[in-house]
Design a binder for this molecule. Structure first.
Ligand SMILES: Cc1cc2nc3c(=O)[nH]c(=O)nc-3n(C[C@H](O)[C@H](O)[C@H](O)COP(=O)(O)OP(=O)(O)OC[C@H]3O[C@@H](n4cnc5c(N)ncnc54)[C@H](O)[C@@H]3O)c2cc1C
Length: 486
């Protein structure tokens, strides 16, 4: 057998391995969903076995009950998907995938809740009961008024969650409230007379569901800051890079964070007044073999702009205020600031594509950071040699601030890296077709990092070319759509 056919066979074997691996992840998520919905449906059936042919259950009451049970399961799963813990991430296949799942499950849950109410309206009409009993609180005696109120609050919060103009912290608060009220609504519905109350196995299922939902909520909102995987670092430098980008260079205070290149951390700065509780995600731009950890940050809003105040140099807006006469020349009395890093998180790494020898990297703007970490690691990489087509997408030359560094890193990389710095102002949009032509083989995998719009657009193009979804992994640098252009 020739070397070529041997390596082709090897590629095919590993190809199958990786595809299976990625497909297994998607399958696992569907299984979890299918399992939950089947179990809750069977339990409902168990609760109504004696009266299943009872006319009062059909055509509206039974479906309305089932639908609200499914809605509860989806809501809890949506909360679980975005828990920042490694064990949960591995189930959902990394942050971007988990956030996508969270969005779909959350929306589906609210839609099912609305369907539940519509079915109840149908049931009321059939029974000749005033519809106001179902739609308006306090029109009927009993505890249902609270359920009706909770429904309206959830719908309003659900709509607010899509408001692209809302500040991120407010948007997060809306999400947290939504999760809490939803769980409280499930608790309330479970203790009222009905299927859950009357059937022990369904009651037990709901107790577990509520505990999972509350734990997920409490971990994300309360416990992560105190009990999450936290590392204390000192800021050793804040280097300005171009107009609105800084490199934050951090030194471990006691324990050093180990991570796989491509991971991201949540950054918290305890000294930032009014923002000291905020957790902002940033991909790590340095290699795990270096002691210092680097984050490269676009200064967009208040938190990122404040990072300049962590500098010990003249680019710190406070620098001149803190200048004191020294022995020979004035010195600054600025002290290194402490920051907390939570993590590492994320599933955006080359290990997910072990089987692929040909890999395409696409970075838009600051989405270059995880690839810089991978490239730096490539300088020490042994035995895992690939051919990489690296596209660094920028609007114009001025925005290609990491170009020189990346060119140098490509030269020292153990894998073969073909770098293209793509300036969209000159060449227009880069298309998947063009990339496929550059690669020239169809056994490649794609890794993309950048804005949600760019990642979604290119993913769609690759899939239109016939690339299976399991061969594309992406990291979106946004949890929500960008605000509309002014
Ligand atoms: C996994 C991941 C990795 C990221 N890596 C990088 C990176 O390496 N370099 C980089 O410059 N940026 C990165 N970002 C984006 C970065 O987190 C936001 O730009 C930053 O949090 C903006 O904060 P701000 O208050 O200065 O800006 P704002 O003006 O308040 O927000 C700008 C935009 O950033 C988003 N944002 C704001 N606060 C948060 C938050 N707490 N969590 C998540 N998103 C938020 C919002 O969608 C908002 O539209 C990453 C985002 C994610 C999700």
């Amino acid at each position: 057998m020739t070397d070529e056919s041997q390596s082709e066979q090897q590629a095919h074997k590993t190809d199958l391995f990786t595809v299976t691996n990625e497909k297994a992840l998607a399958l696992r998520r569907r299984w979890i969903l299918g399992f939950l919905l089947s179990v809750v449906s069977l339990l409902w059936l168990g609760a109504h076995l004696d009266e299943i042919s009872d006319a009062s259950l059909w055509p509206f009451r039974a479906p309305s009950q089932l639908v609200v049970l499914w809605a509860s399961c989806l809501a809890v799963l949506a909360m679980l998907a975005v828990v920042r813990a490694n064990v949960i991430e591995s189930v959902f296949g990394g942050l971007s995938e988990a956030v996508r799942w969270h969005r779909r499950l959350g929306l589906a849950s609210l839609v099912l809740l609305t369907v539940h109410v519509l079915l109840l309206v149908g049931d009321a009409l059939l029974a000749g009961v005033p519809v106001s009993f179902v739609l308006l609180p306090f029109t009927m005696p009993g505890q249902r008024s609270l359920d009706i109120l909770v429904f309206y609050v959830l719908i309003v919060l659900g709509i607010l969650a899509y408001d692209r103009r809302m500040r991120h912290e407010k948007w997060l608060a809306v999400h947290r409230l939504l999760g809490l009220i939803y769980t409280a609504g499930i608790v309330h519905a479970s203790i009222e007379p009905g299927s859950i109350q009357n059937f022990e196995p369904l009651r037990t299922f709901f107790v577990i569901l509520i505990l999972v939902g509350l734990s997920a909520w409490a971990y994300n909102v309360v416990a992560l800051r105190g009990m999450g995987p936290r590392y204390n670092y000192w800021v050793s430098a804040v280097r300005p890079r171009g107009n609105d980008v800084v490199d934050l260079v951090l030194k471990p205070q006691d324990q050093r964070m180990m991570f796989v290149p491509g991971a991201f951390v949540l950054l918290r700065v305890p000294g930032f007044k009014g923002m000291n509780k905020e957790l902002h995600p940033f991909s790590i731009a340095s290699s795990p073999v270096e002691l210092d950890l680097q984050l490269s940050v676009v200064q967009r809003g208040d938190f990122t702009k404040f990072l300049s105040y962590l500098s010990l140099g003249q680019d710190n807006p406070d620098y001149w205020k803190h200048r004191r006469p020294g022995k020979r020349h004035p010195v600054s009395t600025l002290k290194p600031k402490k920051v907390y890093l939570y993590g590492p998180f994320g599933g955006f790494n080359m290990m997910r594509f072990m089987g692929y020898r040909r890999v395409v990297w696409i970075a838009t703007g600051i989405g270059v950071t995880p690839f810089m970490s991978m490239l730096k690691f490539e300088q020490h990489n042994r035995g895992d040699i690939r051919q990489i087509w690296f596209y660094y997408l920028v609007r114009n030359e001025d925005q290609a601030i990491y170009r020189q560094e990346i060119e140098d890193l490509c030269k020292g990389a153990n894998s073969v890296v073909n770098l293209t710095v793509w300036e969209s102002s000159q060449h227009g949009r880069l298309s998947a077709t063009q990339i496929a032509e550059d690669v020239g083989f169809d056994d490649y995998a794609v890794m993309m990092c950048g804005t949600r719009a760019a990642v979604e657009d290119l993913s769609r193009q690759f899939m239109d070319l016939g690339l299976p979804q399991s061969r594309i992994i992406s990291e979106e640098l946004q949890f929500r759509a960008s605000p509309p252009e002014e």
